[in-house]
Ligand binder design. Sequence first.
Ligand code: WTA
Length: 641
Amino acid sequence: MHKEIYDINLGNTDHSIRRNADSDFISFWDKQAKLLSWFKNWENTLDWNPPFAKWFVGGKINASFNALDVHQNSKSRKTAIFWEGEDGSSREISYSELFTDVKKFANVLKSLGVKKGDRVTIYLPMVPELPISMLACARIGATHTVVFSGFSAISLKDRVEDSQSKVIITADGGYRKGKIINLKEIVDEKAAAVNSVEHIIILERTKMKITLNQKDKFWSNLMSDASDDCDAEELDSMHPLYILYTSGTTGKPKGVLHGTGGYLTHINSTYKWAFDIKDNDIYFCTADIGWVTGHSYVVYGPLLHGATQVMYEGAPDYPNASRMWEIIQKYNVTIFYTTPTALRMFMKFGDDLPNSFNLTTLRLLGTVGEPINPEVWKWYFNTIGKKKCPIIDTWWQTETGGMMISSLPGLESIPLKPGSATKPIPGVEITVVDENGNDVDENTKGSLIIRKPWPGMLLGLWNDNEKYNDVYWSKFSGMYYPGDYAIKDSDGYLWLLGRSDDVLKVAGHRIGTAELESSLVSYHNVAESAVCGIPDEIKGESIIAFVVLKENVTESRDELLIKLKEIIRNDVGAIATPQQFYFVTKLPKTRSGKIMRRLLKSIASGENIGDVSTLEDGTAVSEVQSAFEELKKSIGENKSN
Ligand code: WTA
């Protein structure tokens, strides 16, 4: 663990808020909820019927009202979004323009028969119409389910089908690294035929030629006829705001379901505490809205606060590695929130690039999505922040809705330690436990757990209460299990050590090994497969696939590689393509048939097996060692890129 301490005292050293919150978390969150605009107050702050939490029961609220209507007097002319296209085009959208477009699009959805409680799938690139679509859904009480525009036709169809969406909103195409992704064509491949889908709305982003089908309608035509008069629906606090699918340890992605009142309370408060947002700030978060960071801290967080933000359409290194620095300089960005993967990539290009831009407007920096290595943290602090910007390392998940562990410059000043996300947010109790659920000693690795419900907590998994209970609440009785390893040091700081389950974090994207394995075995020549992650200098982790072929396969290795990569790209998306394949004769398994993943990981990273005494299922050490030797031998010449 890194011992250095960076103490940037921002003046606010009063820790009483934290103490009060910890002594009565219910009253604490009750006060936070009152910072939002409610149509009707709640009768009960928390109804906790484990593992289901209902926040602000009886309250009526609307997310779009809190993001837009509340700003129309004081901030209608303020810029909500400076949009920067990958191709150099740009747009500036004020709070009143955003308001008008959202109301118009809400009427479009209504005219197509979308009602409160219906689901709408949004498959768009990073364009302003993406938040506009989400807010329009929220306005009328439809549940949005955004699918990252890098996902494949099959992934999209699975999500549309699972959520039973009535409408799909997409674009003719989207720009990525100078190329066009044919989004509408991908929709047509599979998702368009799902029975529940009645209409497909197409935004003309690239103006490329597309084939129109019966369900298709153009965004611009629909908008030109729409009225801009649309009141926000008064929705129950528990009303489902969105479903966001995320990978877990099973082959099928889980539909994480978030409500309205609790979620907004969590996002509103954490956005203020973490970023210390002020009226004249220019905020820039590089996350794609297809992931939870984009939902919470590109769409809802900044808009709830009437903040001005920069939204960028494309890849962070397009057309070159100074694109982010150029954007910061162009818009005088004051707050920058990005991922360790992006920072590791930028750092590789040296200091001259960022040093050739004026980054002095920056006052606060943040990271999210993966553990940040102390060297990268220090580079971020010294080279980008010029030693004057605090860094917030924010730990959270799709399921938690918002930040759970982070330093909070907007609330209190605490010394920072490079590589530690520091402490839980107020009103949240997080600790580290051993296999039996008992607190571990200081500086000892264990599983991270959350003890009490929090307002941004998922309502459950879409249509699957049993899985919700199994995945998150059954490993340790009465505690939420996020699936991360951690250490708590003697100052109470938390150090996140990566996933303890079979979920990979590749360039910050969450990818389940089981999804990839079931995709690989769907190929007729594959008998079995196991996927694991190994450390990667830039992406945090890279994917390695072990494949056992069926007998008498005649296909060459090269042919197989092309096929297997294509299958992953088609089933999941290009982000999940393994970096390396090993063709082996058998997979090392415990006596009860579980794949010994740690062993695969060690082999793929060229390490020794290390301490095997605690290996899965109490399998004999000698057995593990011989499996290790056998596998190494079998790999021999069979390693292929
Ligand atoms: C990991 C992303 C270390 C963690 C917001 C978590 C982190 C998973 C951090 C959730 C961090 C997120 N330090 N690890 N600051 N933030 N993680 O659902 O493993 O895409 O469980 O949400 O990312 O990923 P998800």
